[in-house]
Design a protein around this ligand. Structure first.
Ligand SMILES: NC(=O)c1ccc[n+]([C@@H]2O[C@H](COP(=O)([O-])OP(=O)(O)OC[C@H]3O[C@@H](n4cnc5c(N)ncnc54)[C@H](O)[C@@H]3O)[C@@H](O)[C@H]2O)c1
Length: 310
């Protein structure tokens, strides 16, 4: 019999790709997302999935949604790294408390495993050693990172107290089709969108900040690997394992996509770590997961998507 997976926040960028992949792997997929959220990202999946409209912070909505589920993928976040520092109380209330409520319900409903997409870009803070392994010290510089890390810790507690199995996937910087270009989180989509609209590119700092960008279709495949993982590991970095500076990305826009644009450098943001490259060797070894797409091909797919969308 097919197993059932519910994806909280599944109508978003990452969730829509995970839904596609889990359907391909033969699972029944339910997406739980806000009532008034855009369904654009999942319109091509509507015949194949169940959709539950609900609010993640509403306990009753969560209680109702979990019936019959085997696996849970948790992707809901009400904040971004930048916005989280403006109101840590809201961050904790909307993200941490609601997550704990979800985990309580997961225990009651005997969920087989929770997959939590955490943030490899924020939980470690400024790296002591690169590339960053899962065992690297964690010193988040934003409320967002603190909350992600705290949710991870609570998952550990729930496993010890209640036997709730889980895996944490610490994503570095995913990019690809359906990433919202108007948010501050997806640099590549954001810059390409600006280029499409002939607007100058505003870069915080001198463009030397290094990030580890990976294609979302590769990231999405790691979720099924985590669901079927029988090892004792609970936390995996999911990344390309390679760093690119913003200036190198701009260079790729010119050389690979043949684009022309204006760049304006502005002040650095205080919570941006200088460099973030995640060591993905544990996921390669244990999950038998590795990125398959070439960066340049993924970049071309992303640009094509942005050109075709409104
Ligand atoms: N995009 C990245 O670079 C990145 C990197 C690492 C981790 N993450 C994490 O992965 C998760 C998904 O990121 P994304 O880029 O797909 O974001 P997204 O904004 O595209 O998707 C999040 C989804 O959650 C839904 N949602 C938000 N609040 C809700 C609520 N109260 N009730 C029901 N649904 C709600 C939104 O409607 C949206 O569809 C987030 O938790 C994010 O912090 C993202």
């Amino acid at each position: 019999m097919k197993e059932n997976c519910i994806i909280y926040g599944g109508a978003g960028f990452i969730g829509s790709h995970i839904a596609e992949d889990l359907l391909e792997k033969g699972l029944n997929v339910t997406i739980f997302d806000k009532q008034n959220t855009s369904k654009k990202n999942i319109q091509h999946l509507t015949d194949k999935i169940d959709f539950i409209e609900g609010d993640f912070i509403n306990e009753v909505d969560i209680q109702k949604s979990l019936k019959g589920a085997d696996y849970v993928v948790h992707l809901v976040s009400s904040t971004l790294p930048a916005s989280s520092n403006l109101n840590p109380v809201y961050d904790a209330e909307s993200n941490l408390i609601s997550s704990l409520n979800l985990f309580d319900e997961c225990v009651k409903n005997k969920i087989k495993k929770v997959i939590f997409i955490s943030s490899g870009g924020t939980v470690y803070g400024n790296p002591v050693k690169l590339p960053i392994k899962e065992t690297h010290p964690t010193e988040p510089m934003s409320s967002y990172g603190i909350i992600k890390l705290t949710i991870e810790k609570y998952l550990g507690l729930y496993k010890n107290l209640n036997g709730l199995d889980y895996r944490v996937l610490r994503f570095s910087n995913p990019f690809g089709e359906r990433q919202n270009p108007l948010l501050s989180q997806g640099l590549i989509a954001h810059l390409l969108y600006k280029i499409k609209h002939d607007e100058p590119l505003e870069i915080w700092g001198n463009g030397k900040i290094i990030r580890d960008y990976f294609y979302i279709k590769d990231g999405a495949r790691s979720v099924y690997k985590a669901i079927t993982d029988r090892s004792h590991n609970t936390i995996y970095n999911i990344s390309s394992g390679k760093g690119l500076s913003i200036n190198q990305i701009l260079d790729k826009f010119k050389r690979v996509l043949k684009l022309d644009f204006e760049v304006k450098y502005t002040a650095t943001r205080r919570f941006d770590v200088k460099s973030n490259i995640l060591d993905n060797s544990l996921a390669r070894k244990v999950l038998k997961w590795s990125p398959e797409y070439e960066f340049n091909d993924a970049l071309k797919n992303t640009w094509r998507y942005i050109l075709d969308s409104e």
